[in-house]
Design a protein. Sequence first.
Length: 232
Amino acid sequence: MKKLVILSGAGMSAESGIRTFREAGGLWEEYDVTEVASPMGWAKDRELVLRFYNERRRQLETCKPNAGHYGVAALEKYFDVHVITQNIDNLHERAGSTRVLHLHGELTKARSVAHPELIYDIGYKDIKIGDTCEKGAQLRPHIVWFGEAVPMMDEAMRISSTADIFVVIGSSLNVYPAAGLIEYAPPGASLWLIDPNEVYVPARLNVEVIREKASAGVEILTKRLLHSEGKC
Ligand code: NAD
């Protein structure tokens, strides 16, 4: 089976009602990123940071995967699919994808500020000041904030470097190091990008662009891949 690597970003979940970050109406217009998604913000106002992520978590509980998530999961019938997502939601898993690597953490987990190896599944519950790990340290969202290292990056590079097919869905490719992963795909891999808006990728990479939203785009991608693989 060919290895199909999907790099998904905020646009993947837009049709599920979760706002992207950078577009007009995106989350960052309402919040200052340095206040809610950085170690500095946490040091300054932990209540605000917890409230921001508690709101995101409550919203996630009411959202459902969209046809794009389901389409990605269905590709497992034909390909060895590995999803690398920049999203902190759990919509790929809820749609049925079985191999999902979260580069930027997960909303439904909390971790200890003093013992980062202590990570807890919290589902859709709030994290409050005074919620602690078993060693007594405060819990924080299990999110990679701006300015923090990306611990899953090595694994993501390893997966990307063995892709036969590499597909970017709904990412402005602005947030590094994730945006650089497409460069790790081997020279012979076929590269695809699904996004309704223009996204800059170097011309030398020869990326096939499907200018559609995730749901329609994944349907088109699936047809084209199955056709070129002689599977339909
Ligand atoms: P981004 O906001 O920078 O870019 C979103 C991209 O999605 C844009 O290129 C936009 O044109 C495209 N898009 C918008 N609607 C779409 C649709 N219906 N279908 C397909 N594409 C669509 O997002 P990013 O590149 O992922 O980087 C932002 C960071 O924000 C990431 O690190 C991610 O962790 C975080 N984030 C996560 C979520 C989530 O978990 N769902 C939501 C917002 C932001």
